[in-house]
Design a protein. Structure first.
Length: 69
């Protein structure tokens, strides 16, 4: 992949989700396939961008989110 990031469709976009790792809930704003390497060797990972009640967004691995119904 030559791009630094790529948006990925997800069934929970714009829905309330929970980050399993932290227990924090918020709205799933985007899922992005990003090169998270700091060394120059590519390491791609799907990250979920979640906006919490404070309005700040945080990221977590997409496999760590679940619907917060």
């Amino acid at each position: 992949m030559s791009e630094k990031h790529e948006y990925v469709p997800h069934r929970l976009l714009r829905r309330r989700v929970r980050d399993i790792a932290s227990g924090v809930e918020g709205e799933l704003m985007a899922v992005i396939n990003e090169n998270v390497s700091a060394t120059g060797a590519e390491h791609w990972m799907e990250l979920a961008y979640i906006r919490g009640t404070s309005g700040r967004e945080f990221t977590t691995a997409v496999r760590n989110i679940e619907a917060a119904d």
